[in-house]
Design a protein around this ligand. Sequence first.
Ligand code: PBG
Length: 310
Amino acid sequence: MRELVRETDLRPSSFVLPIFAAEGIVEPQPIASLPGHSRQPVAALGGVGREALDLGIRSVVVFGVPAHKDAEGTEAWSRDGIAQRAIAELKQAHGEDLVVIADLCLCEYTDHGHCGVLEGGSVANDATLEVYQRIAISQAAAGADLIAPSGMMDGQVAAVRAALDGGGFEQVPILAYASKFNSAFYGPFREAAGSAPQFGDRSGYQMDPANGREAIRELEQDLAEGADLLMVKPALSYLDVIAEARRRFEVPLAAYNVSAEYAMVKAAAERGWVDGPRLTLEILTSIRRAGADILITYHALEAARWLAGA
Ligand code: PBG
């Protein structure tokens, strides 16, 4: 009876598994603050994709961790850059079976750790857009199915759309990190990607956690610029934004259950303070109930296993 009247379902096909592909390693390197996750060498990615597919997870989002960073983040658009090689490897191994989403940002590639290029010590919005255009083309050329700009520069969706259209990639859609807050919940990710800003913070381009109405404006703006799918990030502290976005927009809505949301659950479960599997499935259900169609989550593999009763 409970199942008959259940309003919200959780299924592995709406999960997206984040993958960190690292240059210059031969063995997976565990990420201390993301237990169960590792930086992966390119050669291991086929296997990671296989594990996801076997559990019914059809989508991954790829982050590149380059061996060398510089002021401009040039490795981000190199034809044989780590993200490009990772995307190509996943597509080569799994073709149409696996949706490969490319995160488009500079913070993993710049030595200063900001999401854009600097001019006079601060991030230059419009100069960064040109760089994002180069990255988008290189990721689409590598085979990415979806481009996901996450740097929160103004005008980034329009710029990336124009670049993709001009480069012969009209069919590649954009998943916009439209409503992305300047959050302490990204801590473990920054350890994983070595992408913490070396000075200042991201408050110049990411949103103030206090602003829910501004979040809706950001979502509207990205839709107007040509986004095909919208994202709210982080998820848990922003369920109100997800719910409001669900009411207002008809496009597919993604929520990013980010690194510290995962790490908190893992840390508490490790101490025996909470029931990890139950807590995880309750959290994922709540994000779906709020209105997200797509769940980007570090819990993807284990949650799929638990749902299968394993
Ligand atoms: C790149 C990017 C970040 C995350 C996803 N893309 C880091 C940041 O903005 O600092 C964070 C994801 C997570 O914490 O899981 N800009």
